[in-house]
Write a protein that binds this ligand. Structure first.
Ligand code: DLL
Length: 451
């Protein structure tokens, strides 16, 4: 227990110190940070080796023992873990702590079969809260702000993650969860909400509803911050949201397996997302060779939790694609920066033999000002042909009965998409409000092709 306590030299409340309203950890000198990471890594490896049979078995197969970890670079000796391990070991095979230390489960459904289940200890919840609070502090959110949490509460980590983060910061939290959008807009206005946390796609739905109620964000609300994550969203999407509402759209990243929202977030310089690497040690690997890549190169993001005990995750392959920056950020934080996550390797579509990420299509569409940020990518096949269609909504003021105007717009959308992905899509312009909206993570790709 003494060793465990030494893992938490910084208590979550130091973030909210009124005279120093950001975490001192964010600015820790790099040498000290590396020493702390090594200390925590060694501790975690020893801990998992003793308590998680699958990890021990894999280490044994490789002839690796905890004492082989002498430097941070030695992490490459350790075996990877993947989502499939959590599924195979469902529900709790990767649990490290005894049951009387587990205080909460979170689950994530993934795309197929059984969910994955992550047991958390009180210490894990504190580490996670610390990450969420440091993100909020970095965004400029403070005690006294009203934070509407419109991420789903429950097994999904979004709601409770931002809830604890907000309470820890001293915000007044409004736990609306997702759904009942009419009431969300009413409460936002009536309670003077300053910040909202939800998926970017749900915020688009809230924007629709505000428009329907005649609510102008600038004129009728105190909303200044959006805390958006849980799904990829492009810079073009961020620009659209900021332009239409006047709020600042912050990016927050996280995943159930590693904690929840608050693993990383962007600062005011927007060069990417600072990773709270005193808790979550990042690596970038080549997804084919599995070799670590140097900072600056794009590959798959891998995390090792170095201060969690409920489910210690070692070299967890996230499937998210990004790169770690080599330059220091102008904000002075020493925590490394990664590019915003614009793609997951399993979201890649192969269309007519070309690799395409949905984010590339989104970027193309939103470069056309008359286009609304609502679209659907539909793939289907006949015996001989693959069909690639994009349905996209047109802004209410640009939607017109004039066939010529619509045809001109359709051509411009076609060209914008083609200029990015190099492929010809059939563009179908649809009326404002006609495509499905989401209350959580949106599904924008419908792939009906024969496998
Ligand atoms: O989505 C946790 C979360 C909740 C993050 C609220 C941010 C805000 P999962 O359901 O386990 O957890 O999904 C994790 O979502 O591996 C990424 O692919 C994606 N993701 C999360 N945040 C971002 C982001 C939550 N800011 C998976 N940008 C991750 C892009 C994101 N993708």
């Amino acid at each position: 227990m003494e060793l465990l306590n030494s893992l938490y030299p910084v208590l979550p409340q130091d973030v909210n110190c009124p005279t120093h309203p950001v975490s001192a950890m964010d600015y820790m000198p790099v040498e000290q940070l590396r020493a702390l990471q090594l200390h925590r890594l060694k501790w975690t490896v020893e801990y998992a080796f003793e308590r998680v049979p699958l990890f021990r078995k894999r280490c044994d197969e490789r002839g690796v023992r905890p004492e082989h970890i002498k430097t941070l670079a030695d992490i490459k000796l350790l075996p990877f873990s993947k989502k499939i391990d959590l599924r195979d070991e469902y529900p709790m095979g990767l649990r490290g702590a005894p049951m009387d230390e587990i205080v909460r489960f979170h689950c994530s459904s993934g795309t197929t079969g059984k969910p994955i289940c992550i047991p958390n200890t009180l210490g894990d919840v504190a580490v996670w809260q610390n990450g969420a609070m440091r993100c909020l502090a970095m965004y400029g959110i403070r005690a006294g702000d009203v934070l509407q949490v419109s991420y789903g509460y429950g097994l999904f980590t979004g709601g409770l993650g931002l809830h604890y983060g907000g309470e820890g910061m001293g915000c007044a939290v409004l736990p609306t969860g997702g759904g009942n959008t009419e009431r969300q807009v009413m409460l936002m206005r009536d309670l003077g909400v300053n910040a909202i946390a939800c998926t970017p796609s749900y915020f688009l739905r809230i924007m629709d509803e505000a428009r329907r109620q005649g609510v102008d964000f600038r004129r009728d609300t105190k909303l200044r911050h959006g805390i958006f994550g849980a799904e990829p969203w492009t810079t073009e999407m961020r620009d659209t949201i900021e332009r239409e509402t006047g709020i600042v759209a912050h990016d927050i990243y996280g995943l159930t397996e590693i904690a929840g929202p608050g693993v990383a977030g962007d600062c005011q310089h927007r060069t990417g997302l600072h990773i709270w690497e005193d808790h979550f040690y990042p690596e970038i690997i080549d997804p084919e060779t599995l070799e670590p890549l140097p900072d600056g190169e794009v590959g798959e993001l891998v995390f090792t939790t170095i201060s969690r005990t409920g489910t210690p995750m070692i070299r967890y392959r996230t499937r998210d694609l990004t790169r770690l920056h080599t330059e220091k950020c102008a904000c002075g934080r020493t925590m490394r920066v990664m590019d915003r996550i614009s793609a997951r390797s399993d979201d890649m579509l192969i269309i007519h033999g070309v690799n395409v990420f949905p984010g590339q299509i989104e970027a193309g569409l939103l470069r056309v000002p008359e286009v609304a940020p609502h679209y659907q990518i539909i793939l289907s096949s006949t015996d001989t042909l693959d069909l690639f269609e994009i349905k996209v909504e047109v802004n209410a003021d640009a939607f017109s009965d004039s066939v010529r105007k619509m045809e001109d717009l359709r051509k411009r959308v076609f060209d914008a998409v083609k200029s990015i992905i190099g492929l010809s899509a059939k563009i179908i312009l649809v009326e404002p409000g006609s495509l499905p909206r989401s209350e959580g993570k949106i599904k924008r790709v419908i792939d009906n092709r024969r496998k």
